[in-house]
Design a protein around this ligand. Sequence first.
Ligand SMILES: [Zn+2]
Ligand SMILES: [Zn+2]
Length: 288
Amino acid sequence: MWSNYHCHSNYCDGKGAIEEYILSAIQKNIQSIGFTSHCPLPFENKWSMDNEKLPSYINELQHLKEKYQSQIEIYTSLEIDFIDGVSGVNSELLKDLPLDYTLCSVHFLEKLSDGNYCEIEGSTVSFLKGLEEIWHNDKYEMVIAYFEAFRRMLDSSAPNIIGHLDKIKLHKYYTGEFVIDTHSDFYKKEAIKCLENIAKTDSFLEVNTRAMYKKNLVDPYPSIELLQIANELNIPLVLNSDSHHPSEIDNCFVSTATLLLDAGISKLKTLRQHTWIDAKLTKQGLIY
Ligand SMILES: [Zn+2]
Ligand SMILES: [Zn+2]
């Protein structure tokens, strides 16, 4: 049995209805699933949910929780962007929402001269524009700013789950313009500073498999090397696929479990009856 607390749907940039993800999850022996459509943002972008869809998102999940309660545990959440002073777990928009947990990620950094935010994922054009305009082509400064955003997120409002830490490494695969050696002392030092801050909070760190099945990366976000350090720092871990299609609900879980077990990581968090518990990780799934 598995669980997955990072699933999108057609409420944001995912393909397929929430119910299709649930049916796929039941078929794939997932016992507990959480939905995290991209939370609405106060500016135009390609992947977030429209603000006016939020009430029906919450209501639909409530209805499906009841409909499938004998087969699977379903949880309501959102993937919340952290943008300093603009969006985060404490956003006014989220105040009265009945979220079962929060998952927070960094997709945007500072504002560009055209008024848009520099994107960490998606548009390579926006990424390179930010690198040039904001960090004057100093990739090291950009990496520092990226990890600094996570540290500011933790200072202002730590979420239950921290989404895809070190996603910035993806741009190494998009463009030769941005080649940061993720095994370099510089990169590891910045990421580890971040992990040390996470260790002081109650947040869990996500093991995100998306780039393994979408971009053929050899390991998840963050890398196994960083997850090993997170484990030594006693940071609780959660395995998620960041699925944007019902078929992706457990993608690369078995191969990632193998990597984690080989790295000495044998415990993951899972939600049972609204309580986060420790589960034993095996190649066949979670045992609790
Ligand atoms: Zn994300
Ligand atoms: Zn996501």
